[in-house]
Design a protein around this ligand. Structure first.
Ligand SMILES: Nc1nc2c(c(=O)[nH]1)N[C@@H](CN(C=O)c1ccc(C(=O)N[C@@H](CCC(=O)O)C(=O)O)cc1)CN2
Length: 292
């Protein structure tokens, strides 16, 4: 293996410890509310991990479970009531919502100051303006891993493959904010390989198993694989990323594995956003240990 392995699990554990330290410094415990609608198996696992991580960091956490056939009104009403609850500092609606529900309308019910997923229009606007809004968790976690490898992105070329609201678009803005020269590639991009090969930092978030192969990677590049895809291999179910890891690691300078790369940072950054939101709502300074 040529590339250095970027250990997201270890980085997330360090961040979670910092968050716990910060939480203990606040006048009252941070309160996190997670809304889970339906019975999607992966969402249940992610929400259980969030609940456990929140408790371990010393938060007051509560999961609000709603049936898959809940009406739009019923889901919005739960989110609005959490918005009005003073003990709740952060609200997260687990995505995707069951078919038929309008995700944008539900997310719009989250007050900006409690938007710990950074997905409301106001938070997205803050990101564009370079303001103080809460930043979506997966892109935030990706940036922290990149910073550990390459603290200064000035003069570096970054390529983001994928343009989702959850990852691709915010990640491109964050890279730009750090002075990288950023290209966003997507399903209509011509000669994806040639575009990717320009990247000093290559981030892939498309949800297509092993789309990026070693011939698409510039030697020595930092490769951030955001994809988490379950595939059947040799009669077994296995998780793979959007990058063909085994061959990519021969060319890359540093690379995130799947599992154990960006995924664990998503939950750690959710906790970080919650402690920041809580400090702001309690009118105290954000503890240094979790400040930028
Ligand atoms: N409201 C949101 N919904 C979703 C988000 C999000 O950030 N906000 N992201 C994903 C799911 N997600 C968190 O919600 C998430 C995904 C993956 C992981 C993770 O740690 N993955 C592990 C592997 C886990 C496994 O075995 O399946 C890893 O990569 O090591 C954490 C959180 C979509 N929805």
């Amino acid at each position: 293996m040529g590339a250095q392995l970027i250990d997201g699990k270890a980085a997330a554990a360090r961040l979670r410890a910092d968050v716990a330290e910060a939480a203990a410094m606040l006048p009252r415990k941070p309160g996190l509310a997670v809304v889970l609608v339906g019975d999607d198996a992966a969402s249940q696992v992610y929400v259980a991990s969030k609940e456990k991580a929140a408790a371990k960091a010393g938060f007051e956490g509560r999961v609000h479970r709603l049936p898959a056939d809940s009406s739009q009104n019923a889901v919005e009403e739960v989110v609005r009531s959490l918005g009005a609850d003073d003990a709740v500092d952060g609200i997260l609606v687990q995505l995707p919502l069951p078919k038929g529900l309008n995700e944008d309308a539900v997310i719009a019910c989250i007050p900006t100051e409690k938007d710990v997923d950074g997905l409301t229009a106001a938070s997205a606007g803050q990101l564009v303006l370079g303001g103080e809004g809460l930043v979506p968790c997966t892109p935030q976690g990706s940036m922290l891993l990149i910073r550990d490898e390459l603290p200064d992105l000035s003069g570096k070329t970054a390529v983001v493959v994928g343009r989702s609201i959850l990852v691709g678009k915010p990640l491109a803005l964050l890279l730009l904010e750090k002075n990288a020269t950023v290209t966003v590639a997507h399903s209509r991009t011509k000669d994806l390989g040639a575009v990717c090969r320009e990247a000093d930092v290559l981030c892939v978030a498309v949800g297509r198993p092993e789309l990026v192969t070693k011939d698409m990677i510039k030697p020595g590049a930092i490769v951030i694989d955001v994809g988490i895809n379950r595939v059947e291999r040799g009669g077994e179910s296995k998780l793979v990323g959007d990058v063909a890891f085994d061959e990519a690691k021969e060319v890359a300078g540093a690379i995130t594995p799947v599992p154990g790369g960006v995924g664990p940072m998503t939950i750690a950054c959710l906790l970080r956003n919650t402690v920041v939101a809580s400090a702001r709502r309690q009118g105290v300074a954000v503890p240094e240990v979790v400040a930028d």
